[in-house]
Design a protein around this ligand. Structure first.
Ligand code: PEP
Ligand code: MG
Length: 534
């Protein structure tokens, strides 16, 4: 038996065999003769084709099946294949650099075309390139098929978004922090997780029985009988506690001294609505729309987004749904929308900056939201705002899209217009911002990282990234006061809202809505019911 201590990232206990995800990239390979490089490329091409045909068969939606069929077709395109082969034979490059060069050439060619449809094909070419490069490096697509605890060096938000909780019942990583998006997503999906376990985790072999306690950050490999019995008993208690909490699902969120509080849910994709409703959420306080992009091979079209937003609004039956526009960049890299490498991505082109730079993507999202708005109570908010100019620019853009849709004969609805307060700049100019918008939602995860200059994804500064810091609470209080001054509602949708002590402090500041992961709704309701605010 071995015990490891890491950082608690998503609460709950699970017991299952270890599944190992690729630990490190395969070592660099010696370049071979052109003939051998050609056959290496041919092997990878056939393997990629086989993967794509299997994915096409497994595809659950028509769009997914079409995408994989298109990718498979591109792998038989003679122009593309000839380019790779020519670079290998004439320029004596390795198969890997020939694929990189050919992908660069073809994706630039598509990007320069007039038709928007053809320009979108550039992303397909890059996706195929990524698949070929992975196979050329000897890595296999490591996807578990039976119930397991997944162990990996690090997981991206895109990896976590693709997990099925019925298969991946927990995960443990060498790196990572509790504030990273992979951890946030684990909490949203109710998957227990421990991160920051260090290299010691590498000593755990695949298939070893593991106990993972996501509340204490403990992982135990190959437990002895007494330990196993102890955790099985704890698991039973956890089930009983969940049953007890579920009695609160139909209750209101009201403090002991009678103040009404709204406890809504944070979700990533439409299939998480079920869990939000099961946990008695009073609306969706944050739908991170970027999760529609993270696990998709190509950026979701206007139509796909419209269907996704409409389904969330319809299933929420008139309860308020706050959808946040695309927030990619930093630790949320969408493979379908590669962003240029930046020295400081958290301070670079992310969130609203990407939307304002890529008006094509922004237009598709706003159009989808305006069309979906008439299917429920929609509020839309914009991430990482730092200025009044941005807000006014967004408003103009939304109005323009509305006019274009109406002129095109589409039926559109309207939505409440809100912003996230997640930079010190936004909190400090919140008086002006409050006059321009319908509501604020405070993103404590980013507000904490930007106020305290502590990267939320860096384990070395995880202890500094603390939302209890008086500077963070001071900024929240400034924003809450500005909103109150103009009669605008203000919510907290960052992870700090799930901390009962902080939640009580936020309610005392005049915040009336807390939005947390679905699994945290009922524990928070229980805590709120014991608060005395007066
Ligand atoms: C936040 O920053 O608090 C927030 C809710 O947004 P995200 O965690 O997705 O960056
Ligand atoms: Mg944020």
């Amino acid at each position: 038996m071995k015990q490891f201590q890491g950082t608690a990232a998503s609460g709950g206990i699970c017991i299952a065999p270890c599944f190992r995800q690729q630990q490190a990239p395969a070592p660099a390979r010696q370049q071979l003769s052109p003939g051998e490089e050609l056959s290496h490329f041919e092997g990878a091409r056939k393997a990629a084709l086989a993967e794509l045909l299997a994915l096409r068969e497994e595809g659950t939606t028509r769009e997914a099946r079409e995408i994989f069929a298109t990718h498979a077709m591109m792998l038989t395109d003679e122009d593309f294949l000839d380019t790779v082969r020519r670079i290998i034979t004439l320029q004596q490059h390795s198969a890997t650099s020939a694929v990189k060069a050919a992908v660069g050439e073809f994706s630039s060619m598509f990007e320069e075309m007039d038709s928007a449809y053809m320009r979108e094909r550039a992303a397909d070419v890059r996706e195929i390139g990524t698949r070929l490069l992975r196979l050329l490096s000897g890595q296999v697509a490591a996807q578990p098929h039976t119930r397991c605890i997944l162990c990996a060096a690090e997981l991206s938000a895109a990896d976590t978004a693709s997990f099925d909780p019925a298969i991946v019942c927990g995960f443990a990583t060498e790196d990572g922090t509790a504030a990273s998006h992979a951890a946030i997503l684990a909490r949203a999906k109710g998957i227990p997780a421990v991160v920051g376990l260090g290299e010691a985790l590498r000593t755990v072999d695949a298939s070893t029985l593991l106990i993972l306690d996501g509340s204490s950050g403990i992982v135990i490999a190959d437990p002895d009988t007494a330990t196993l019995c102890r955790y099985e008993a704890a698991l039973k208690k956890q089930t009983q506690r969940n049953e007890q909490l579920h009695r609160l699902a139909a209750e209101e969120s009201r403090t002991a001294d009678g103040h009404k509080v709204i406890i809504a849910a944070n979700i990533g994709t439409p299939d998480e609505v079920e869990s939000a409703l099961k946990n008695g959420a009073e609306g969706v306080g944050l739908m991170r729309s970027e999760f529609l992009f993270l696990s998709s091979p190509t950026p979701p079209t206007e139509e796909m987004q419209f269907e996704a937003y409409k389904s969330v609004l319809t299933e929420m039956h008139g309860q308020r749904v706050v959808i946040r526009t695309l927030d990619i960049g930093a630790d949320k890299q969408a493979p379908c929308l590669p962003l240029p490498a930046e020295p400081n991505p958290a301070l670079g082109c992310r969130a609203i900056r990407v939307s304002l730079a890529r008006r094509d993507l922004f237009a598709a999202q706003i159009r989808a939201l305006l069309r979906a708005a008439k299917f429920g109570h929609l509020a839309v908010m914009f991430p990482l705002i730092i200025s009044l100019a941005e807000v006014r620019e967004i408003k103009r853009f939304v109005a323009l899209q509305k006019t274009a849709l109406t002129a095109g004969g589409y039926e559109v609805g309207s939505f409440e217009f809100g912003i996230m307060i997640e930079t010190p700049a936004a909190a400090l100019i919140s008086d002006s911002l409050a006059q321009e918008v319908d509501f604020f939602s405070i993103g404590t995860n980013d507000l904490t990282q930007y106020t305290l200059a502590a990267d939320r994804t860096n384990p070395a500064v995880a202890a500094l990234c603390d939302p209890h810091h008086p500077a963070v609470l001071g900024l929240i209080s400034v924003a809450a006061e500005s909103a109150r001054r103009y009669g605008k509602p203000v919510a907290v949708c960052g992870e700090a809202a799930a901390d009962p002590a902080l939640a009580e402090a936020f309610l005392r500041m005049g915040i009336t809505e807390l939005s947390v992961s679905p699994a945290a709704v009922l524990p928070l309701r229980e805590a709120v019911r014991s608060f005395h605010l007066d």
